[in-house]
Design a binder for this molecule. Structure first.
Ligand SMILES: [Zn+2]
Length: 281
């Protein structure tokens, strides 16, 4: 509101005359329309204290997929439930994004061949605060009990802490998982989705791709390109089930590879390609 007043270009971009701005209440009414849910968060504010497990992680390494079983269970659950579309609070925002932005890009040919799109999926950290903020709901501390397991009240319950493999540090916030159009030089986003920071790329992909498939109405995605963090059997299964051909980097940690210089190796997989690319030295 204040910004619109001070920066007329924001007012004009928002469709207002700088001399005739709506009142603050109107903005709140408008926000409510964009997020048609009673709670402004996806997760409850009352949560147990999270106990961070510090794992030894090396530079550039993705968080270890220590729970391939978890990804597999999620995939199986998703494959049973994909026919019943879920309703998400962010649906109206995506509808707006698809009808007013994606469709324009598609018509201009900026997304590539819309009848056979190649998409890529990857996650990136979004830092929101230096520390997760929470208040106790009990008085254990005052009574001298140091480490209780009662609920705490979190001010940003959809955020938590996760490992940033590029910067080699933990961070608090979200994990922005982006499905983008990979066939054109523009790499435009198709489905941006915020997940909690702790969520692994593979888990984020499974949720994002199922949600995206249910909502994307402008064309067909027939190839999905993913990095080694997604190299799990169940992900091949899910993407194939969704009618996409998976292209996934080999995970050098889970599979033993004999790297040969300057060679691009393809390993055939019943449900797509697995490929490993070694740099020419
Ligand atoms: Zn307590």
């Amino acid at each position: 509101m204040n910004e619109l007043k001070r920066t007329p270009i924001y007012a004009i971009l928002s469709g207002f005359s700088p001399a005739d701005l709506p009142g603050v209440g109107t903005f709140y009414d408008f926000f409510d329309r964009l997020w048609p849910a009673v709670d402004k968060n996806l997760r409850p504010r009352m949560q147990h204290k999270r106990k961070g497990k510090k794992k030894g992680k090396k530079k550039g390494e993705k968080a270890p997929t220590t729970t391939p079983g978890r990804v597999e269970r999620l995939v199986k659950w998703m494959m049973r439930h994909t026919d019943k579309p879920t309703v998400l609070p962010a649906d109206r925002l995506f509808h707006f994004f698809q009808s007013q932005i994606l469709s324009v890009s598609a018509n201009l040919g900026l997304l590539g061949d819309i009848s056979a799109l190649s998409a890529a999926g990857d996650g990136t950290p979004v830092v929101t605060s230096a520390y997760p903020r929470s208040k106790p709901t009990c008085d254990c501390r005052a009574r001298g009990i140091a480490d209780c397991d009662h609920h705490r009240l979190y001010s940003q319950p959809d955020c938590n802490s996760g490992w940033d493999s590029a910067r080699e540090k933990y961070f608090n916030g979200y994990h922005l998982y982006m499905i983008s159009a990979a066939d054109s030089k523009h790499d435009l986003p198709l489905y941006p989705r915020l997940h909690p920071a702790s969520r692994h790329d593979a888990v984020s992909l499974v949720m994002s791709t199922v949600e995206f498939k249910q909502r994307f109405a402008l064309g067909t995605v027939d190839k999905m390109l993913l990095d080694a963090a997604h190299d799990a059997e169940s992900i091949y299964l899910l993407l194939t089930h969704q009618g996409m051909e998976p292209f996934i980097d080999l995970n050098v940690r889970s599979k033993r590879n004999t790297a040969s210089k300057g060679v691009v190796r393809f390993r055939f997989h019943p449900q797509g390609f697995r490929f490993a690319q070694t740099e020419i030295q």
